[in-house]
Design a protein around this ligand. Sequence first.
Ligand SMILES: NC(=O)c1ccc[n+]([C@@H]2O[C@H](COP(=O)([O-])OP(=O)(O)OC[C@H]3O[C@@H](n4cnc5c(N)ncnc54)[C@H](OP(=O)(O)O)[C@@H]3O)[C@@H](O)[C@H]2O)c1
Length: 325
Amino acid sequence: MSASAQMTAIVQHSFGAPEVLTLSQAARPAPLPTEVLVRVHASGVNPVDWQTRAGDGVAWALGEPPFTLGWDVSGVVEEVGFGVTTLAPGDEVYGMPWFPRAAGGYAEFVTAPSRQFARKPRSITHEQAAAVPLAALTAWQSLIDTAHVQPGQRVLVHAAAGGVGHFAVQIAKHLGAHVIGTARSARHDWLTGLGADQVIDYTTAAFEDVLADAYIDVVLDLAGDGRDNTSTRSLTVLRPGGLLVAVPGGVSPELAAAADAAGVRATPFLVEPDGTALTRIAELIDAGTIRVEVEEVFPLAEAARAHARGQANRTRGKLVLHVAS
Ligand SMILES: NC(=O)c1ccc[n+]([C@@H]2O[C@H](COP(=O)([O-])OP(=O)(O)OC[C@H]3O[C@@H](n4cnc5c(N)ncnc54)[C@H](OP(=O)(O)O)[C@@H]3O)[C@@H](O)[C@H]2O)c1
């Protein structure tokens, strides 16, 4: 392969509305030692993508455009750099490499450290696999590594129907927790099928009224104080010493003070690349323990339309870009 080989990618030259995402030609990357070059079949779309596109999200890590968004990829190893021992050309892999640095996932090829990838779950397509890494790692790392959820604990998941939420419901259930989710009523049967023990329609009831005296051990808040003040309102449903994981908005000084006054704990969270956890998640997917919900697959060229859809904040499960077959 010549160093100047080109590939198709979505490039943005300025921060702005979805229309800044344009199908372009870009330089095809080459793997350094310990890295793999992956031919991308599908790329997942996450809220951090549209937040960063507009200059928010992790724009602080990417710097000024031009750049290519996208962290979730599923594809096939094309080439390995010196020192790579666990993957070989032809292996099917998925991952969320480099986060929060740019990974350039909305493209035909990405290079990244080999151990930030894992073998793709065998039982699902590349489109489904690309829906998994960032959302499932967020659920996995927050429930297991941060909250240390134990069997029998009561876990409340806000925005249970979204990308992170639907994995969180299933992972918390797998851990043996009693799982409560918030979602509009049209999602309730589906979430119950994924393992939720109780689902609250946040559009018609205040969850803190429904859960008065519920003695919740862990709240995984995927809506945040920016949406309906869910983090602050959640402090009242936690048992003494219980934990709020405030995923989107983090913990403001006001929220920290309110948690302290209420005798509960509150922590912010940021997902990180984790090939080892992805291997475990792939096993649970192949065992049928975790199901992947993809609401819609868009062609790579229609990344802008996928962003516009996602920003409407009504996605059931995930949105994905088809890059190549
Ligand atoms: N810090 C980190 O490391 C990290 C990692 C991943 C995600 N995040 C953040 O976490 C948030 C969730 O991510 P995601 O990928 O799951 O988003 P998503 O898939 O776009 O979430 C969409 C879902 O949110 C639900 N929703 C919206 N407002 C709600 C409310 N007030 N109460 C309950 N549910 C509500 C909707 O449910 P209905 O259809 O039922 O209305 C919809 O299904 C985003 O803000 C994202 O940026 C942060």
